[in-house]
Design a protein. Structure first.
Length: 113
């Protein structure tokens, strides 16, 4: 399975972005999906996840600002990000977990003040 992430970019504080992660085959109905973020000089961290039942979980600092969703028919997981802050800057990676983990390539998000 290959994951293709896109949607990153440069925005100002308070702006919004929508990230997409499309899988090469239908997997998000049977796999947990997640978005991770890696800021410069920091470890990769889980930002948001969605399980096979559609239940979501968020890192505390993004609750109320980020929304993870999926479209199983399009084999895609999304991350809607709003009210962006400089600390949201980083490379965002998507991941699908179904027995093993599959990673997409990163997409860079830069939030400037």
């Amino acid at each position: 399975v290959q994951l293709q992430a896109c949607g990153g970019g440069s925005v100002q504080v308070g702006g919004s972005l929508r990230l997409s992660c499309k899988a090469s085959r239908s997997i998000f109905g049977i796999a947990n999906g997640g978005w991770y973020r890696q800021a410069p000089d920091l470890q990769r961290e889980l930002v948001a996840s969605i399980d096979t039942r559609g239940r979501t979980n968020y890192k505390d600092s993004v609750k109320g600002r980020f929304t993870i969703s999926r479209d199983i028919t399009k084999s895609t997981v999304y991350l809607e990000m709003s009210f962006l802050k400089p600390e949201d800057t980083g490379v965002y990676y998507c991941k699908a977990e179904a027995g093993r983990g599959y990673w997409g390539q990163g997409t860079l998000v830069t939030v400037s003040s």
